[in-house]
Ligand binder design. Structure first.
Ligand SMILES: Nc1ncnc2c1ncn2[C@@H]1O[C@H](COP(=O)(O)OP(=O)(O)OP(=O)(O)O)[C@@H](O)[C@H]1O
Ligand SMILES: [Mg+2]
Length: 409
């Protein structure tokens, strides 16, 4: 056994010894002393008694090991330990003698050069004739300390792992969101071609109007009916139409900007702006639109993205109504509040979606349109916008001879 190591055999012996200790108090004095000295010999703790000047009066086997001295009795700390250790112990001894029980932790290098940690109790022993001695008991707590340190280290590693895991998950989520946004932006740009078509429809009428106003001016002038008041009225009319056309372009341009942050918006406004975009085209194809709305239904999210979802659904309805050559094609829109949330339903009368197709319509790149006519991104994108970005829901069901899309935000 090393200078400070615990001898397992001795420890076990001491346990069985303590069993036998029972009943020892009834034994004769000589036997009791023998039992006591055996007890001290096998005790797995270092025990010593010193006098006031630091001279050892008693040291059990464990303490002898600790001091690496066969017979420390009669010697002082200074004679047994390196000077630094000795003087530190002397300070502790003095404190215990003058102030009472002292508990300290000290580190000692054993004979193998390994550091061991001890917990030491020092306490005054009052003796007859006002003499005071110093008792000391040291317990080797190295293993316990190591276990505590290992546990703390594991705890720390676990916390670090958790932190970095959280960070990695957040990063992955951010990247995915970023990709979604990018896709939304791209699909919006893809919608540009369609939009230009819509603008063409939207401008046909006002351009005609301006043409008529100019022709009128000419006719009135030639007929000599043109006074300054008349002129102002006609110019005013033309300016109104031009303002309307310019607004259309602004709306169009605005739509292609990205939403920067969440914001409250009025759902009715988004529906009506979306209709502004598509209505001329729908009318041109003979499709009727009915809108039933509660006023001022509000929601919170990304209004342009929300509009993009509406437009995807409206365009799909138009496509299917034309593709299936529906007689009296009709799109019905309803805007209302339900359980404190905004609801928009868009219904068409094109005959609905078959049961095997319905579960797939929100999948990316799922389309039933012939090649070149559909990418299958529209509804996937709309679902991403409504459910992931705005945290609402977008669902579809067959009802009343067509499909009803339902957006809840
Ligand atoms: N109102 C509807 N009635 C019947 N089927 C529909 C309706 N809306 C969508 N679908 C079906 O869902 C499919 C997926 O629609 P989605 O908008 O995602 O893609 P797409 O319209 O085919 O192509 P894209 O919108 O990318 O140009 C469509 O191909 C169509 O089969
Ligand atoms: Mg589509």
């Amino acid at each position: 056994m090393g200078r400070n190591g615990v001898d397992r055999d001795r420890y076990q012996a001491s346990q069985s010894c303590s069993d036998r200790f029972q009943g020892a108090f009834g034994a004769p004095r000589a036997e009791r002393e023998q039992q006591f000295s055996k007890f001290m010999e096998h005790l797995p703790l270092a025990v010593s008694i010193k006098d006031k000047s630091g001279r050892f009066l008693f040291a059990n086997e464990f303490m002898k090991d600790l001091l690496a001295a066969d017979d420390p009795v009669g010697k002082t700390l200074g004679e047994l330990l390196p000077p630094e250790e000795a003087s530190m112990m002397a300070v502790n001894d003095h404190q215990a003698l003058t102030q009472g029980l002292l508990l300290i932790q000290n580190r000692v290098n054993d004979t193998y050069g390994d550091e061991r940690i001890f917990e030491t109790y020092k306490f005054p022993l009052p003796m007859p004739e006002k003499r005071t001695l110093l008792g000391s008991i040291s317990v080797d707590i190295t293993e316990r300390k190591r276990a505590e340190q290992a546990l703390a280290l594991k705890q720390q590693q676990l916390e670090e792992l958790n932190r970095s895991l959280e960070q990695r998950v957040q990063q992955a989520v951010d990247e995915l969101r970023q990709k979604d946004r990018l896709l939304i932006q791209q699909s919006r740009q893809a919608a540009m071609g369609e939009m230009i078509n819509n603008i063409a429809h939207q401008w046909r009428q006002p351009l005609n109007n301006i043409g008529l106003i100019i022709q009128n001016l000419q006719l009135q002038y030639e007929a000599g009916e043109m006074d300054s008041e008349q002129m102002a009225t006609e110019v005013g009319k033309a300016m109104d139409v031009i303002a309307y056309m310019s607004r259309t372009i602004d709306d169009f341009r605005n739509f292609f900007h990205q939403d920067k942050e969440r914001q409250p918006f009025v759902v009715n406004q988004m529906v009506s702006r979306s209709l502004d975009f598509v209505l001329p085209g729908l009318k041109n194809s003979g499709i009727d639109v009915e809108c039933r709305e509660e006023p001022n239904v509000s929601a919170d999210g990304y209004p342009r993205e929300y509009m993009q979802a509406l437009l995807n659904i409206l365009n799909n309805a138009r496509d299917v109504l034309l593709e299936r050559k529906v007689k009296q094609p009709l799109i019905r829109i309803a805007i209302f509040r339900e359980n404190k949330r905004s609801v928009v339903t868009i219904h068409d009368n094109a005959g609905g979606i078959s049961d095997d197709v319905l579960p797939k319509i929100f999948d990316p790149y799922f389309t039933t349109k012939e090649q070149g006519k559909g990418t299958g991104i529209g509804l996937y994108m709309s679902k991403t916008i409504i459910e992931k970005n705005i945290e609402g829901s977008l669902t579809a069901r067959n009802v009343d001879g067509g499909v009803e899309f339902r957006i809840v935000v």
